[in-house]
Design a protein. Structure first.
Lengths: 125, 796
């Protein structure tokens, strides 16, 4: 079953990196998202996975019944997902502001603040 | 002894303050430091002459055999005395020379640092200690050459000197480390006993080359000599001290010190004799054709340094004695001549000897000193320079190999140096009055004291050579030979012999060259072309080339395009990790038969399809929808593999993400394809390779999973210690609660960032909003105008 996860991880990394190499800002943010999924799944998978056995301790017992899924990567991924969301939200809003001043989604078009100022000046009149 | 070495550094800390308090005459006060050290060293003379040595050791990095160790023997004492005594005179002189200069306090500090460093070099008894002080002399030399830091050529010359001596220093470090490794000790005084072992070792060649590189760069040997004339940008007292009497002799010291360790082989002899003879001849040949006082002296110093290397290369007992004698004589007369040159510059406002003449009447003390020391330089009876030239000639005459060639070159160089000596003494002080920019008068006492004292010593050592031989030259020679039985005697008048005849011929020929210098200079003027393609040019080309390379590689590597950085990182990582995986791991386990269920395959298929859709989407909305599908697919995988908490979080976050994307980008035009198909194929190839590498990595790693001890710890203690049944939750809020707090802080910071970005309203935007509320139509017009065909149509 790790084989199928390995393929999904590979595909997600490939797609994420490909999107990050685009010139579009939005595609960069989407690429970052994909890379986040890929990394979460990687952490989830590398130590092996267990089908349908969440790391929960049954009532009346002090330890979970073997086999159970490894709780440690899950804790790490939970953190990663939430922080990833924070980064994504920030990147998106940053993009929105950039777009408003530079009027372009092309990363090559927003090289410096001076240039974006020049771009906007005719519009102000 | 520690006090002696560290006194200079300590004094350097307070002299700028002291100078501020005392004012113009501070030089006399500061000079008490080196004077005290001279007296201390003077008290050691008797003991050292009787073969005693003084040492002091303090552990520094004992595990690496690095000690702060000092050792005083005859050779160290000679150098140390030159350093402190000339240091005293130079500091007094500098006080007069730079009188009124706002940076005079700094000058004293630099000079004292240099003096401390130089004492460290000649007293060090540990190879690494020696290296540390060696580098300190390079650095203080850099500071002193660049003392007039507002002048571009000062800075350039300082940098050149630093780069040349610094790269030599690097080679030296390599050589010293190898030397310590082979000898099994870093203690210099213990090296001589290992001489045979080191000379027979396979690393001997490498050690020799590296050490010689260090010594030759420091002592301005051909082809590294060019930095020394450049270093004349320094104030003249600095030139007198560092670039004539002491620092440039550090290389000579090192060679003399290591002579018993590395010397005696053919390689040593050929390298030193060859380089020394070349430097001697070239320096002398350039010196007499200059008109700038300091350049004449600089090239004649280069020539003298060549003579010293040549003598050490011959390696016979007599040659080493000649080297020590010449070294002492040279420090006396050349130091004095530099000081005289400084006084002339100071009083007349020029350094061009062609403009000077008849100054003896105006500056009798300086003139007297100059004529005496120049006579010593020319080797005229009864000065110390005469004695040193006698022994030098005899050493060359009796050289073990190629005596005729060497004697010829030595005489040729000496003839030219006699002419150079005439140029810096006869020309300015005698003859008709020159046309100098300033009307000269005698220099103050602080500036005549040094030259006069050094001239006095040149006369005294010459007429009565006995004491200086017994107390200084003998001990130094024996230490350099590592042979306490070596017989060392100097006499003023050895009687009529071939060598004496050569001496007289030299003086007469030298005076002839001096008298006929103008036509002679014209005859050899075409040789100047050689200088233009010399090593100085190679240095500049090398430096420019390095800067060009740095500029180019920065442009390529730091080009400001995120995707290029990414491509570089990803390609390199994929290449290296992929190669390692394929070459060094067993792939059989990885390519095991998959244990897959249909619904897992289905979910995976959906994820893969959605991922492909993300990359190919023509509109943002479609891309975001596909991205959401990928996220939900992954959440399903989490459910299947026992991670309900992850799945719930993923569902929630995914929904929020999609909403956020739609809210932010809904009103923006859809994306076009900016890059060309070729670029897309290139990127896709790189990305897919990286993805394949990751797949392979996961396959290999999961073939042999290993549970950490942490997992069982959490499983056992979740209920008993933390009273929680959901282990993931317990880890987050209990075992690793601090991490979760950190996570919350990160989210809070991100939220603050988002909020402030949304609220940010630059002035012009507010005006813009008021005067022209944006419509999609307007935006489209602007977009088409600015971004041309990148944005093709508006999203609905």
């Amino acid at each position: 079953m790790e084989v199928i996860l390995a393929i999904v991880i590979g595909a997600l990394y490939a797609a994420g990196l490909y999107m990050m190499m685009r010139r579009s800002f939005v595609k960069l943010v989407i690429g970052l998202s994909l890379l986040g999924y890929a990394s979460s799944l990687l952490i989830f998978t590398v130590n092996g996975v267990t089908r349908g056995q969440p790391p929960l301790v049954q009532e009346g017992m002090t330890q979970p019944v073997e086999p159970f899924a490894d709780p440690l990567p899950q804790a790490l991924i939970l953190t990663a997902i939430v922080i990833g969301f924070g980064v994504q939200a920030f990147a998106l809003v940053l993009f929105k502001r950039t777009y408003q001043s530079a009027n372009t989604d092309d990363l090559d078009g927003i090289k410096s603040t001076e240039e974006s100022g020049k771009v906007r000046s005719p519009e102000m009149t | 002894m520690f006090v002696a070495v560290l006194a200079g550094f300590a004094a350097a800390l307070i002299v700028p303050w002291l100078h501020g308090r005392v004012g113009d005459r501070s030089g006399w006060l500061v000079a008490l430091v080196p004077l005290g050290l001279t007296i201390y060293l003077g008290t050691q003379l008797n003991g050292i002459a009787n073969g005693e040595t003084v040492g002091a050791t303090s552990e520094w990095v004992p595990s690496l055999g690095v000690d702060l160790a000092f050792h005083l023997d005859g050779l160290s004492l000679l150098f140390a005395l030159i350093i402190t005594s000339i240091g005293t005179l130079v500091i007094i002189y500098g006080g007069g020379y730079l009188k009124g200069d706002p940076l005079l306090g700094r000058f004293y500090a630099y000079i004292l640092i240099f003096m401390g460093a130089m004492l460290g070099v000649v007293l060090a008894n540990n190879l690494i200690t020696l290296f540390v002080f060696w580098e300190l002399t390079s650095i203080s030399s850099y500071l002193l050459i660049g003392f007039k830091h507002d002048k571009a050529d000062s800075r350039q010359s300082a940098l050149q000197a630093l780069l040349v001596t610094g790269s030599g220093g690097l080679a030296l470090l390599g050589g010293l480390v190898l030397l310590g490794h082979v000898a099994g000790t870093n203690t210099i005084s213990a090296l001589a006993a290992q001489g045979n072992l080191i000379r027979d070792d396979g690393l001997y060649g490498a050690i020799l080359i590296l050490v010689l590189l260090g010594a030759f760069t420091k002592s301005a040997q051909f082809p590294f000599h060019f930095w020394l004339p450049g270093a004349m940008a320094a104030p003249t007292p600095v030139s007198a001290y560092l670039h004539s009497a002491t620092m440039v002799k550090a290389g000579i010291y090192l060679l003399a010190r290591l002579q018993p360790v590395l010397g005696g082989t053919d390689a040593w002899q050929i390298a030193l004799t060859g380089v020394g003879a070349a430097t001697m001849t070239m320096g002398a040949f350039i010196a007499w054709r200059q008109t700038d006082l300091k350049r004449i002296l600089a090239y004649s110093t280069v020539s003298a340094l060549g003579m010293l290397v040549l003598l050490l290369g011959m390696g016979t007992e007599y040659a080493v004695k000649a080297a020590i004698t010449l070294l002492l004589a040279h420090s006396l007369y050349k130091g004095a001549l530099f000081l005289v040159a400084g006084s002339l510059d100071h009083e007349t406002g020029t350094r061009d000897v062609a403009l000077m003449g008849g100054l003896w009447r105006k500056m009798p003390w300086t003139g007297t000193a100059a004529l005496v020391v120049a006579a010593s330089m020319a080797g005229i009876v009864p000065l110390f320079g005469f004695i040193s030239k006698e022994v030098f000639y005899k050493a060359a005459y009796d050289a073990p190999d190629a005596a005729a060639v060497l004697t010829g070159l030595v005489v040729f160089s000496s003839v030219l140096l006699v002419a150079a000596a005439g140029l810096v003494s006869l020309k300015p002080f005698l003859g008709t009055t020159g046309r100098t920019p300033q009307s000269p008068h005698e220099a103050p006492l602080s500036m005549t004291l040094g030259p006069l004292l050094l001239a006095g010593l040149s006369v005294g050592f010459g007429i009565v050579p006995g004491p200086v031989t017994d107390y200084v030259v003998k001990g130094a020679t024996q230490a350099a030979l590592n042979d306490t039985s070596a017989k060392v005697e100097l006499v003023l008048w050895p009687g009529i012999n071939t060598v004496l005849l050569l001496s007289f011929l030299t003086i007469i020929a030298g005076l002839g060259v001096y008298a006929g210098r103008k036509p002679l200079q014209r005859r050899v003027g075409w040789l100047d072309a050689g200088e233009r393609i010399g090593p100085a040019r190679a240095y500049r080309a090398l430096l420019d080339g390095m800067l060009w390379l740095a500029d180019r590689q920065t442009r390529i590597l730091q080009n400001g395009y995120l995707r290029v950085y990414l491509i570089t990182i990803v390609t390199v990582t994929t290449g290296l990790v992929g190669y390692t995986l394929l070459a060094q791991t067993d792939l059989d386990g990885a390519l095991r038969s998959p244990d897959v269920r249909v619904y897992e395959l289905l979910i995976a298929g959906v994820i893969l399809a959605a991922t492909l859709a993300v990359t190919q989407a023509q509109s943002r909305l479609a891309a975001v929808a596909a991205l959401g599908t990928v996220g939900y697919g992954i959440a399903l995988l989490y459910i299947l593999f026992g991670a309900p908490d992850l799945a719930m979080t993923q569902f929630a976050i995914e929904t929020l993400t999609v909403l956020l994307f739609v809210l932010v980008i809904y009103r923006l035009p859809r994306f076009g394809r900016i890059s060309s198909p070729v670029v897309r194929v290139r990127d896709a190839t790189i990305a897919i390779s990286a993805g394949a590498m990751m797949t392979l990595l996961v396959l290999i790693v999961t073939a042999d999973p290993a549970r950490t001890g942490l997992t069982s710890y959490f499983a056992e203690n979740s209920v008993t210690e933390a009273k929680g049944r959901n282990i993931v939750n317990v880890i987050l809020v209990d075992f690793r609660a601090l991490d979760t707090l950190g996570e919350i802080v990160v989210l809070a910071v991100a939220a603050a960032g988002v909020y402030s970005l949304l609220k940010l309203r630059p002035d012009r935007e507010i005006r813009n909003r008021v005067s022209a509320p944006r419509s999609t139509v307007e935006m489209n017009a602007v977009s088409e105008d600015r971004i041309e065909d990148h944005i093709t149509e508006l999203t609905p």
